[in-house]
Design a protein around this ligand. Structure first.
Ligand code: THU
Length: 136
């Protein structure tokens, strides 16, 4: 699957977002290192803090299917060009990433920028920290 095709999946799933409060739709689509694809949208709640992000939905689909390592994740919002994952989602992506995992940013035309999870979350807290090891 090309970056353009993956980004198209993120655009498509953003239509499923449940965003009656913010009206801010987000879609995320990821591929795993073994070639699977999962997508998800943000799902808000009348009890505002109970809502969650599109990236979180996509990761939940991946983990509940067959775990995996994220190779690329495309994030899209019709409300904002080149939306970047929030801090919490950076941490969630990092949990299932490798250092060069790519985050595809873009707009209605498709992907316009590529960054890595290490760019977005340097000195991440990880399982290494739980073992008393310093970040790499
Ligand atoms: N949102 C995401 O889905 N992903 C992000 O990385 C940033 C924010 C959602 C959460 C909420 O439903 C809406 O965007 C506005 O914050």
């Amino acid at each position: 699957m090309t970056d353009e095709e993956l980004f198209t999946r993120a655009i498509a799933i953003s239509a499923k977002a449940h965003v009656p409060y913010s009206k801010f739709r987000v879609g995320a689509a990821l591929t795993t290192t073994d070639g699977r694809m999962y997508a998800g949208a943000n799902i808000e709640n009348a009890s505002y803090p109970e809502g969650w992000c599109a990236e979180t939905s996509a990761i939940a689909h991946m983990v509940c299917d067959w775990n995996g390592t994220i190779d690329r994740i495309a994030v899209y919002s019709p409300n904002l060009a080149e939306i970047t994952p929030c801090g919490g989602c950076r941490q969630r992506i990092a949990e299932f990433a490798h250092p060069e995992t790519v985050i595809l940013l873009g707009d209605d035309s498709g992907p316009t920028r590529k960054v890595t999870i290490s760019d977005l979350l340097p000195f991440a807290f990880s399982d290494r920290a739980l073992r008393g090891e310093t970040p790499t």
